[in-house]
Design a protein around this ligand. Structure first.
Ligand code: ADP
Ligand code: GN1
Ligand code: MG
Length: 364
């Protein structure tokens, strides 16, 4: 609390402090909502403690998000949109810096709470999920001409599934620091048996068939803010992993989170499967915004990317479980194992329905 208060007093919010409370369900950063009274109005700000274990270079990270949001503002303005609501608006520190470094070395940043908006961990209906597809498709389209080379890679090899297998999963399994491998033989076997397909997308990049674009790379439903009245998408948030990537990463990651018939940490696996209606709805929304920019190879691998990103998350959650829960926030001791099994069930369901998923993409 001391540290948070120190951080709050160093941002140029203006007005009088009213309250601060923890907020959100992200797995990486610590998020707070701070209220200030400015004249007779109450203004809400989002204040985040950046996870410095995950994001090693906060200067580069914040340079990326400032560059991307100021570019988006200009595009939104050109399109006649509301630049204050349709992208993040950061608040600088009283010294004019992009983030505040506390005496103990931790990092905080702040932005305006997107007015009258809400986020969801689960899509209430296919229309809502379609709207998130529109948000992420539009995000990608707006950044079509942004210079990808000007961005830092905030986490290297972020969606290089095969790299993660060799350099993270295998070492974690060999070390088995918590002696947990014995609890998850089923998931280990599942991952090992899918190894050969893990390099398909990176191989296509090397062959020049898939272009690197500026992508979001963390397209969970709860990274879209919706208008609280109309429930239409307003803006895309959580820009920490915006960097050169594949359109397929954004498509696939959104599906593996949002087109699950259950939450991604549901323990009852009979509830977990691919929701084909949601899959279709998201694809329609996403492609309606950025479909014209995709080449044939990108279109051919959309359904595959949903499966691959699901397998990637099986592996990332299991790797963290084996490492002793050092990366993702967890609420109980085998939370990461529950998530890994959940995503494994989802990937198995996609394997069963892959032909239908391919047909849906073709029909769109
Ligand atoms: P994490 O990296 O931990 O996922 P996010 O940046 O996604 O952190 O923020 C966590 C949650 O906080 C979001 O899911 C959303 O509900 C809320 N949030 C974040 N930024 C804003 C904002 N500018 N306006 C309103 N709510 C926000
Ligand atoms: C993390 O920060 P959040 O909760 O939006 C993670 C994503 C994972 C996701 C799994 C930087 O996203 O890559 O897909 O958890 N973000 C980072 O739920 O690792
Ligand atoms: Mg988030």
């Amino acid at each position: 609390m001391e540290e948070l208060r120190e951080a709050l007093s160093n941002f140029a919010f203006g007005g009088e402090f009213v309250s601060v409370k923890e907020f959100g369900s992200g797995h990486i950063n610590k998020t707070y909502i701070a209220k200030y009274k400015i004249g007779s109005e109450e203004q809400k700000y989002v204040v985040q403690k950046v996870n410095n274990g995950v994001f090693k270079n906060v200067d580069e990270l914040m340079d990326n998000v400032f560059a991307v949001t100021s570019y988006l503002r200009s595009i939104i303005r050109e399109n006649g949109g509301d630049e204050n609501r349709e992208t993040l608006h950061f608040i600088k520190t009283v010294d004019g810096e992009k983030f505040y470094r506390c005496a103990d070395g931790s990092f905080y940043r702040a932005y305006v709470f997107v007015k009258d908006s809400v986020s969801f961990d689960f899509a209430e209906n296919s229309e809502m999920f379609k709207s998130s597809g529109i948000a992420f498709g539009r995000f990608q389209k707006m950044l079509e001409n942004f210079d990808a080379d000007s961005l830092y890679e905030t986490i290297e090899n972020f969606h290089n599934t095969y790299w993660r297998y060799e350099n993270e999963f295998v070492p974690a399994l060999e070390m088995d620091v918590k002696d947990r491998a014995k609890n998850c033989k089923d998931v280990i076997d599942f991952i090992k048996s899918r190894k050969d397909k893990m390099s398909i997308l990176v191989d296509l990049i090397e062959q020049g068939k898939l272009p690197l674009r500026v992508t979001h790379n963390d397209t969970k439903l709860n990274n879209v803010m919706f208008d609280e009245k109309t429930l239409q998408c307003v803006c895309v948030i959580d820009l920490d992993t915006v960097m050169p990537g594949l359109a397929l990463y954004d498509f696939g990651d959104a599906i593996r989170f949002g087109a699950n018939t259950a939450l991604d940490d549901e323990k009852d696996l009979s509830k977990v499967s691919i929701n084909l209606d949601y899959f279709k709805a998201f694809a329609e929304g996403f492609l309606s915004e950025c479909g014209d920019t995709l080449n044939q190879c990108e279109k051919d691998y959309l359904a595959f990317s949903a499966w691959l990103l699901t397998v990637e998350l099986v592996m990332r959650f299991l790797t963290d479980y084996l490492n002793g829960d050092v990366y993702f926030k967890t609420n109980y001791s085998d939370h990461n194992l529950v998530r890994a099994r959940n995503q494994m069930k989802l990937a198995l369901s996609m394997e069963e329905h892959m032909e239908e998923m391919e047909e849906i993409i073709k029909s769109i």
